[in-house]
Design a binder for this molecule. Structure first.
Ligand code: EPU
Length: 337
């Protein structure tokens, strides 16, 4: 396995920010993971696993080894008249996997069409969109546990999945995911509750939607609302939607009658961070090369070779402004290095 030195990272992160990795390698097979980790142990260097680089912000150089995940392959493990179980290499592109499954008629992840990034990154932040999360279809995960130096297979319930959260985020850097098993349905339940999906299907006069129709609708919605990272550097939603208690929600609702929020349990509400940021006056605002996207305030955009530090500082200003206006502390969804 080749370990390269002093690699410039702008093409490896969707913000397109400049940073240098002291060491860099790509892994295409599982045994190369053992090799890379053992190299780090012997050299006493930290490692950082990189998939598509679509949820990371480099604010400085990385002094250790960047391990670029390129383990590929889609294997059919089991097929019954109603479902399939597939195993997918962590380095596969997420959207290409969705397209492959849609084309096969396997339902479950079609609402997650066009999400940038790799399959191995999907469980880490439990990617979610339009009423569906990756955890709904994930059966198990194969990973290298760097604490015990052993390979493990974690079942769905072991992964502590939650909104934009999982065991892999809580125990940051402990597990290196190499394969994800998905259980997909041949007669799937379609998730069309989301207003925007219903609107697209209605406009196209589709009454009995297929998973392909849903996937196409989502591609249309995302393309209209979210910037293409290949054109404008970004990492999708920069912040999470914050959760508040019902008391806090009631209080806010009194002073802001148009507050956008959704109940998530008997005691908690999720607030639309995009709305909070927009109300605080940030939507479409630019500061030098960084800006808040004009069509979706949750997205921070690199308009012109901004550094990671400039993007981070811009996000800090948004956090402080929302805090002072609403008393809500926004949390970043993007991983900061
Ligand atoms: N809203 C505003 N202003 C904005 C953005 C949103 O008022 O600038 C309002 C909308 O009008 C809507 C509500 O906020 O009533 C929710 O907006 P939207 O449906 O666009 O979804 P979101 O909560 O802003 C989340 C995910 C997205 C995902 C969409 C669709 C998070 C952090 N983000 O955004 O995920 O595509 O739902 O399900 O949960 C991502 O993670 O990178 C991502 C794009």
């Amino acid at each position: 396995m080749l370990i390269q030195e002093n690699i410039e990272l702008s093409k490896y992160n969707s913000f397109g920010c400049k940073a240098t990795a002291s060491y860099f390698c790509t892994v295409k097979r599982k045994d190369e993971i053992d090799e890379a980790i053992s190299w780090c142990t012997h050299q006493n260097k930290p490692y950082l696993l990189l998939g598509g680089g679509s949820n990371i912000l480099f604010t400085k150089d990385f002094k250790g080894l960047i391990i670029k995940m390129e383990i590929k392959g889609i294997k059919l493990l089991k097929e019954t008249p109603s479902e399939v179980l597939i195993s997918v290499g962590a380095g596969e592109n997420w959207h290409l996997l969705v397209k492959y499954c849609v084309q096969k008629g396997w339902g479950g992840i079609e609402n997650l069409s066009l999400i940038p990034g790799t399959v191995g990154a999907a469980p880490i932040q439990n990617i979610g969109a339009y009423g569906v999360e990756a955890k709904d279809s994930i059966q198990a995960i194969t990973a290298f546990d760097t604490h015990t130096n052993k390979w493990v297979v974690l079942q769905n319930k072991d992964c502590h999945f939650d909104y934009r959260n999982s065991l892999f985020k809580q125990e940051k850097n402990r597990y290196i995911i190499t394969e994800v098993q998905f259980s997909l349905q041949k007669q799937p339940t379609l998730h069309t509750d989301y207003g925007a999906i219903r609107e697209v299907l209605h406009n196209k006069q589709i009454k009995q939607a297929s998973i392909e129709d849903i996937s196409n609708a989502i591609i249309e919605i995302r393309t209209a609302k979210l910037p293409d990272p290949l054109v404008l550097g970004n990492a999708g939603s920069f912040f999470k939607n914050p959760t508040v208690s019902i008391e806090q929600y009631n209080q806010l609702k009194q002073s802001h009658t148009d507050l956008i929020a959704f109940p998530i349990s008997d005691t908690q509400y999720k607030l639309a961070a995009g709305w909070l940021i927009e109300q605080a006056g940030w939507k479409g605002k630019k500061k030098g090369p960084v800006g808040c996207y004009e069509k979706q305030a949750l997205v921070i955009v690199n308009y012109a070779q901004a550094s990671g530090k400039e993007i981070f500082d811009f996000s800090e200003e948004i956090i402080q402004s929302v805090q002072s206006q609403f008393g809500i502390q926004l949390e970043r969804e993007v991983n900061i290095v």
